[in-house]
Each structure stands twice: as structure tokens, then as C-alpha cells.
Design a protein around this ligand. Structure first.
Ligand code: OVV
Length: 396
């Protein structure tokens, strides 16, 4: 069949402030325009429907990651940092890196953190309850992962303030060179140097996950420099994502009082509440892939070597897949969303993320009776992440 179908074009800029501030109407327009849409602004193909996003993510041979999962095509332009051995790799290199990491992130290791995370969450929530009013983003959604995650990795106590600015560079770095990209990269040399230095074995405590990664990577035959690069994946992907997930979860609960009451009545819903948040306000909104061959989709031929943009957040609210997708509902089966991706590249840390979510939302459910906004939430714009800059609340 020849490619005769007409491709809908869109002049939407998914990395503009207006789009990022409130993407949901634009997501609907992209989904309704067709299974694949051409974005004139960036000359890339866009997928916003659940079925197509899932199809792209689960066909890594056709839609590869090694040309980068941001707008930059690594085959044509030099990326701002050395490519990730995990995220920005294809078979067989990706499989090898993934194997080294899954050897470490076993259910047993994740279980080891359950008590630590739960206790830390209970203590933190207890302190905030005493204060009454606080900023969910700084005091809870950032404070909690910034304590438990670097502890788990085995980072020293000093210098952890570099983790969020680095995450901002990474996630804004997937987008175009707009003001968000430039602002994130500004003055980042010291941040990058700190991160790279703390990926080395001698900077990590011997009993942490970072040291275990070095061990597992050595067993896989990786050179020391490559082992450090695998640790970099943890420091890149492990903090900002959970910060936004936790902040979004509290935002959803505070603005959906019936769901907050449901969680309070049954704190064992904490895990479901986190999962529904990942679907409803997906912290990671977008990732790119690159076509490796000419590929036919819905009668349209996408040439080889083209960037395609998958809208995870739009797929997670596609009415073709979800009932009442714009309702935040803890009782729905949110499993199957693509907020953690799908296929071979699906989030390798998702069990750790869920554990953080369960611990923190569980602590809130057990200790807090009333949760209400104490001021207007302010959004934090990012080329990839959806989340808040500040979220003032009052608890009782
Ligand atoms: C999923 C993700 C996000 C950002 C960075 C990385 C992975 C990495 O492997 O560096």
C-alpha cells in the first residue's frame, strides 16, 4: 500500500509555557486530530492516543532510543552530556545495562527499604502536622525523596542540593533549546561535576545501591567509567520524577476531598492513590523515539530516521482507553497506564518509586485528618516533567 492518507498537521508547541502550564485541552486536540499528527513547529511526528503510544514504546526495534529520547538527534547533533547506557541505548547494549541494574533492584532489596521509608515518612509527616501550614513541594515532596533516595544509593550527606538542579538539566535537556532548557543548563558545570564525582565507587558508601551497581556492572564486564555512568542513571532519573509524583499526589488529594476522605478511611489505598496520580497527572509527560526504518501507521508512512514524540500524559487520559479519564478516582484500575513507560525501557525504578509513594501517602492518611490548600499552587514548568513549584497547605 502506498502512503496516501493525509497526515494532520498541528502548529501546537508542546514545549511552550502555555502548553506545559495546562496541556489537557491540547492533548485532546492532538488525540482527536488522528492516530499520528505532524508537529510543524519541530518537524516531528506526535502520538497522543494510548494505543499508538503503547505500540511505539513496545516496538524498540522500529522506534529506537539510541538517537536520544529528547528532541536532539544524537546522529546529527552532539548531546549535552554523554548518552546514558540505559535510557539512550538499544539492544544489545541496553539489555546488558538493564540486566546489571535489575540484578541490584530485586524485590528483596526493595523490601529492605520498606521499613526505612515508612519510618522516615511517619516522622516527617508528624513534624509537618505540628507546624500546621507548610509547602508540600519543598517540605514534603522534595524533602522526603531527598532524604531516603540518596541514603539508599549511599551518597554522603553533603552536596545533595545538587540533585534537583541536575534533574532539571536532564529533564529540560530532553526538550528544544527554549528558555527552560537554557535556564536549567545555566551555571550547571559545578552541578555536573558534583554528580559525576559522586557516581564513582569511592564516593559511595559500601552498603548502598550505588556500590551494588558498581559490583553488578563489574560482573557484567563494564569498565569503571561505564560503571559510574550506570550510577548516573540513578542520580538522573531517581529524584525529580518522584518529587513530582509525590507533589502531584498531594495536590490531587487536596483538590479532590472525596478521594482524600476515601484514603483516610482506608490507608491501604495509599499505593492505589499513587498509581492513579501517575496516570492522572503523569510526572513524565513525554519522551521521543527515532524511527529506524520506514514505518506505516494508519496508512501513513513515517520515513526512517525521524523523531517521534510520545505523549504519555495524553495517553493516560485517552477516553478510547479509559472510562472518565479526567476523573481522579482511587477505586479505578489505574494499572496499565504508560506513566512509567512500557516495554523493555519501562521505568526500572518503579518499585522504588511506588514504595516512596505508598510510604508518604500512607503516613498522611494515618496521621492527618484535614488537608486543604492554604494558597494558590504554583506550577513548575519543565520540558518533560509535570509538577508544582509550591503548594501551600494547611493540615490538622
Ligand atoms: C528514565 C531516565 C530519565 C532521565 C535519565 C535517565 C533515565 C538516565 O538513564 O540517565
Amino acid at each position: 500500500m502506498t502512503a496516501t492518507a493525509v497526515v494532520p498537521h498541528s502548529d501546537l508547541d508542546p514545549f511552550s509555557d502555555a502548553f506545559l502550564d495546562d496541556p489537557y485541552d491540547a492533548h485532546r486536540a492532538l488525540r482527536d486530530a488522528g492516530p499520528v499528527v505532524y508537529l510543524d513547529h519541530y518537524r516531528v511526528w506526535a502520538f497522543a492516543r494510548f494505543a499508538q503510544v503503547r505500540a511505539v514504546l513496545t516496538d524498540p526495534a522500529t522506534f529506537c532510543s539510541s538517537a536520544g529520547v529528547g528532541l536532539t538527534d544524537f546522529r546529527k547533533e552532539t548531546p549535552w552530556r554523554a548518552p546514558s547506557l540505559l535510557l539512550e541505548a538499544d539492544q544489545p547494549e541496553h539489555t546488558r545495562a538493564r540486566h546489571a541494574i535489575t540484578k541490584v533492584l530485586t524485590p528483596k532489596v526493595v523490601r529492605r527499604f520498606r521499613d526505612t521509608f515508612t519510618q522516615a515518612a511517619e516522622v516527617l509527616v508528624g513534624k509537618l502536622l505540628d507546624r500546621g501550614t507548610f509547602d508540600v513541594v519543598a517540605d514534603l515532596a522534595e524533602a522526603f525523596p531527598l532524604q531516603v533516595f540518596p541514603d539508599a544509593v549511599g551518597l554522603p550527606p553533603d552536596g545533595r542540593e545538587n540533585l534537583l538542579p541536575y534533574g532539571s538539566m536532564v529533564f529540560n535537556g530532553f526538550g528544544p533549546r527554549n528558555h527552560l532548557f537554557e535556564e536549567a543548563m545555566a551555571g550547571g558545570v559545578a552541578v555536573r561535576d558534583w554528580i559525576m564525582a559522586h557516581c564513582e565507587a569511592d564516593a559511595l558508601s559500601p552498603d548502598g545501591v550505588g556500590a551494588l551497581i558498581h559490583q553488578a556492572a563489574a560482573e557484567e564486564g563494564y569498565e569503571p567509567g561505564e560503571r559510574a555512568l550506570l550510577v548516573r542513571s540513578f542520580l538522573s532519573a531517581g529524584v525529580d520524577t518522584t518529587v513530582h509524583g509525590l507533589g502531584n499526589a498531594v495536590f490531587c488529594l487536596a483538590t479532590h476531598q472525596d478521594q482524600w476522605q476515601a484514603l483516610r478511611a482506608d490507608p491501604s489505598l495509599a499505593r492505589a492513590a499513587f498509581e492513579e496520580t501517575i496516570r492522572f497527572e503523569s510526572p513524565v509527560q513525554t519522551f521521543f523515539r527515532t524511527t529506524t526504518v520506514d514505518v506505516q501507521i494508519a496508512g501513513v508512512t513515517l520515513p526512517a530516521g525521524e523523531k517521534v514524540l510520545t505523549f504519555l500524559g495524553a495517553a493516560n487520559r485517552d477516553p478510547r482507553e479509559w472510562e472518565n479519564p479526567d476523573e481522579f478516582d482511587l477505586s479505578r484500575r489505574a494499572a496499565g497506564h504508560v506513566g512509567f513507560g512500557a516495554g523493555t525501557h519501562a521505568c526500572v525504578g518503579q518499585m522504588l518509586a511506588r514504595l516512596e509513594g505508598e510510604a508518604l501517602l500512607g503516613a498522611l492518611a494515618r496521621q492527618v485528618e484535614t488537608l486543604e490548600l492554604a494558597g494558590p499552587p504554583v506550577r513548575q514548568l519543565s520540558n518533560t516533567l509535570r509538577g508544582l513549584q509550591t503548594l501551600p497547605v494547611r493540615v490538622g
